[in-house]
Write a protein that binds this ligand. Structure first.
Ligand code: CP
Length: 329
């Protein structure tokens, strides 16, 4: 039987984990672990039979698309893949129309829109007009389902996350100015769960000040901590989790060429075996993927025994199934 907390989640949006209490997120994790256990045992859990999720992609994706789609099928429902190149969602259809119309066809609407300064506002506008839950598959500010899978993975690998040291570090990438949504959601959720979080980056790669303030407030409430650091190697020392990935200098410049010039100054910010050896015994390496191999992280580390990246990617499936089962059930 569903508890009051679980029942209360029906119809809820998952746009930013800050909108959910710690107790609610603990329920999501409990359900995620249970669905993972049932899948391992081959136990069917068609909780969302006849339900349909619309998945709107304004940007490309591998893990997010595949895990939401597989998750809906495993829950007995169906996921529609709606991407911007072959539909009208990027021109003509307003967020209000998307919320109204797709909310009448479907039982949930999931959206990826990472347009800087627009993505989160778009998702919130769709949610305002929708009669069904809206799930954020990554926007310019947050990637809540990635953070839920990250927390689930840390609990699996380390046990109780309280008091554990998490190094959330910027890393060099040659490809492009990546969104800041992964580190923002991660510092918010990890501080909500009492972790000692180090946020490590060069000066040009700040996260949004109000998000950092929210994370500090979370840490005060959970008796965790948030420490801001600028030395790449300092972040590794004694850490239980090294989560080093690139993000753009988006609060410094949104110009791609200027951003690339800033990024190029920090080519030595790469996770390698020598640096991982500075972390605690049994430390794990995490990355949401895709990684720029040989640039952000060496093959030795990402393919090595400390790497948790495949379990982390798998847990996207279980965490998202839990959110869908609780909100769309
Ligand atoms: N980590 C993640 O969101 O991967 P995709 O961009 O491939 O969905």
């Amino acid at each position: 039987m569903l508890s009051d907390v679980q029942t209360h989640m029906r119809g809820r949006d998952m746009i930013d984990t800050q909108d959910w209490t710690r107790e609610e997120i603990e329920t999501v994790l409990d359900v995620a672990f249970e669905l993972k256990r049932q899948r391992a045992l081959g136990i069917s859990h068609a909780i969302l039979r006849d339900r349909v999720l619309a998945m709107l992609f304004f940007y490309s994706s591998t893990r997010t698309r595949a895990s939401f789609e597989a998750g809906m099928a495993q829950l007995g429902g169906h996921a529609q893949f709606i991407e911007s190149r072959t539909t009208q969602i990027a021109h003509g259809d307003t967020p209000k129309e998307i919320g109204e119309i797709l909310g009448r066809y479907n039982d949930g609407i999931a959206i990826r829109n990472v347009d800087w300064g627009l993505g989160n506002a778009y998702i919130r506008a769709v949610a305002e007009a929708s009669r069904v839950p809206v799930l954020n598959m990554q926007c310019d500010l947050y990637h809540p389902h990635q953070a839920l899978a990250d927390l689930m993975t840390m609990i699996e690998k380390l046990g109780d996350p309280r008091g554990r040291t998490l190094d959330v570090s910027w890393a060099y990438a040659a490809s492009y100015q990546k969104p800041i949504s992964v580190p923002q959601s991660l510092i918010l959720l990890a501080t909500q769960f009492g972790m000692n979080v180090r946020l490590v980056h060069p000066p040009e790669f700040e996260l949004m000040p109000d998000v950092v303030e929210q994370a500090k407030e979370n840490a005060r409430a959970s008796r965790g901590s948030l420490e801001l650091m600028s030395g790449f190697e300092d972040g590794f020392r004694g850490a239980d989790v090294v989560y080093a990935k690139s993000w753009g200098a988006l609060l410094t410049t949104t110009d791609e060429a200027e951003g690339a010039k800033i990024i190029d100054q920090y080519q030595d910010w790469i996770t390698d075996g020598r640096r991982m050896a500075m972390a605690s015994d049994g430390a794990i390496f995490m990355h949401p993927l895709p990684a720029d191999r040989g640039v952000e992280v060496t093959d030795e580390v990402i393919d090595g025994p400390q790497s948790a990246v495949y379990d982390q990617a798998e847990n996207r499936l279980h965490a998202q199934k839990a959110v869908m089962a609780l909100t769309m059930g």
